[in-house]
Design a protein around this ligand. Structure first.
Ligand SMILES: [Zn+2]
Ligand SMILES: [Zn+2]
Length: 293
């Protein structure tokens, strides 16, 4: 759960078996702060986290704390698009991030061993790696195991940003993508178009699909059945994408909802190809897990 400042209580469990009392705020800018050090810092960090003012800009904490403050935003309703039926992904404080990242893998019910390093890129922040480890290890829900779904990638060209010259950090040309799951890709696009007029989504791809899948709504249909565990698949994609790129978190001017499935990804970091590679890798993962049940 998020508090009124958009902060989330660490989902970690302390050695005495009780829930960790630290609060963490998601921020795309904590990537650098986190990767600098994963060394837990003493208690001052906790005080400063809980004093975060609503709407404050991302501010680094004490050096080595491994945490940063984000932009909470009052009245945040993170699931306004209802895109994530699994609820909000658990988040963790620096200490539990370090703790979780010590585990190297897990074993599926059919005995198959999954090594985290096979799927989770080491280039991601420690926090993203911990959240992905948790999402990978969580047992599937019955609905998710039963339903067959697709993950789609739309590009929103009107939201792309051109690069600014002379600045080295985070100012490269950036494309905007919407990545989500659906049991009917073309119907989903239609729904979105009728609800929000502000963007012109172009379907770049969906998976699974055959080579040469046509992507024109009204003239195309999916020729391959969807895959099970598509909710898990979507969550994994989102957790990685918000670390590789930046999750769009403002309220939309037109439809007043937060398009939380949208991500800005720098072309320098691969743009569309990088997004597709992420979606494909997590599809392979959920297929392996689904086969084990
Ligand atoms: Zn914690
Ligand atoms: Zn909108």
């Amino acid at each position: 759960m998020l508090d009124s400042f958009g902060r989330q209580q660490c989902a970690g469990i302390k050695r005495d078996g009780t829930r960790c009392t630290r609060f963490v705020t998601a921020s795309t800018s904590d990537r650098q702060t986190q990767s600098r050090s994963t060394t837990p810092s003493p208690s001052p960090a906790k005080k400063r986290i809980t004093k975060a003012a609503p709407g404050s800009a991302s501010t680094s904490l004490a050096p080595g704390s491994g945490l940063a403050l984000g932009r909470p935003g009052p009245g945040q309703s993170p699931s306004s698009e209802n895109e994530d039926d699994l609820g909000i992904a658990p988040d963790y404080c620096f200490q539990h991030v370090a703790e979780i990242n010590k585990t190297t893998g897990f074993i599926l019910p059919n005995g198959k061993h999954i090594s985290f390093s096979m799927y989770i890129p080491s280039t991601l922040s420690a926090r993203a790696q911990a959240r992905l480890r948790t999402a990978l290890s969580t047992p599937p829900t019955p609905t998710d195991l039963k339903e067959q779904g697709y993950c789609y990638v739309y590009e929103l060209r009107d939201r792309a940003r051109s690069g600014r010259e002379g600045r080295s950090n985070g100012s490269g040309a950036t494309a905007c993508f919407k990545v989500g799951r659906s049991i009917n890709v073309f119907k989903r696009l239609d729904e979105w178009r009728s609800r929000c007029q502000s963007a012109d989504p172009i379907l770049r791809s969906f998976l699974p699909a055959q080579q040469g899948q046509m992507l024109l709504a009204g003239a195309s249909t999916a020729s391959v059945p969807g895959v099970r565990l598509s909710r898990r698949w979507e969550r994994l994609c989102h957790l990685e994408l918000e670390d590789v790129g930046e999750r769009v978190n403002e309220e939309c001017k037109d439809c007043k909802s937060k398009h939380r499935e949208m991500f800005m990804v720098e072309l320098q970091k691969g743009g569309y190809e990088a997004v597709l590679q992420i979606v494909r890798r997590w599809m392979h993962f959920v297929q392996i897990v689904a086969d084990a049940y």
